[in-house]
Design a protein around this ligand. Structure first.
Ligand code: E4P
Length: 220
């Protein structure tokens, strides 16, 4: 499974890239708002992310009609070769994805919650599909169960083009572990969750005892 970072924060992206584990980035309007992003700087900001990341960078269209989404998609895709256009799972989004995919522009179909939505996304030409885990958990359903169903269902078919499943709306290292066990191609995770993924109390305890013993070696 590949790790994407779910953020628009350049410092977080540069830090994760320095660890050698970063394969891509997903942004959304909320994440851009969270860093104080301004509309007139949005496209430059996506370009800056693309310069740091050696992999797909999802930039979201906020339009609601197919023609507007296609226009957004063309503009965003022209910013850098690694831009992927994020399009919501809805009728207008499917139609826009069909057009963008036919032009060779990669689409990440977002806000995907069900098996039929995922299969329709794949059929319309989406290169990436993002099932959301945490937002199901927020309404007391088990997001991981839905993710597992989507991975299995999409895996049943050949859509004539590569389709990668991105486990999204990830809230914990456990979400990441379970997504990997289910065979998700990618997990897109907030920076604090990515950090949690490298941590374990037994690693800390082991390190403490190695360092203490090394002091004994130095003083022997
Ligand atoms: C995915 O690409 C989305 O940006 C993201 O995972 C949404 O997660 P949230 O439910 O934490 O907002």
């Amino acid at each position: 499974m590949k790790f994407f970072l779910d953020t628009a924060d350049l410092d977080e992206i540069a830090e994760a890239a320095s660890w050698g584990v970063l394969a891509g980035v997903t942004t959304n309007p909320s994440l851009y708002a969270r860093i104080g992003g301004r509309l007139d700087d949005f496209e430059n900001h996506i370009k800056r992310i693309c310069e740091i990341v050696d992999g797909p960078v999802s930039a979201e269209s906020v339009s609601m009609t197919r023609d507007e989404i296609v226009a957004d998609g063309r503009r965003l895709a022209a910013l850098a070769p690694n831009v992927v256009v994020k399009v919501p799972t809805m009728v207008e989004g499917l139609a826009a994805t069909r057009e963008l995919a036919s032009e060779g522009i990669k689409v990440n179909m977002t806000l995907c919650f069900t098996v039929p939505q995922a299969i329709m996304a794949a059929r319309s030409g989406a290169a990436f599909i993002s099932p959301f885990i945490g937002r199901f958990d927020d309404i007391s359903e088990t997001g991981l169960d839905h993710l597992g169903d989507i991975i299995e269902a999409v895996g049943n078919y050949d859509f004539g083009h590569p389709v990668e499943i991105i486990a999204a709306s990830v809230r914990s290292a456990n979400h990441v572990a379970e997504a990997a066990l289910m065979g998700a191609d990618i997990a897109t995770v907030p920076f604090k969750v990515l950090k949690k993924c490298v941590e374990h109390p037994l690693t800390d305890r082991g390190l403490d005892s190695f360092l203490a013993d090394w002091e004994k070696v130095k003083n022997a």
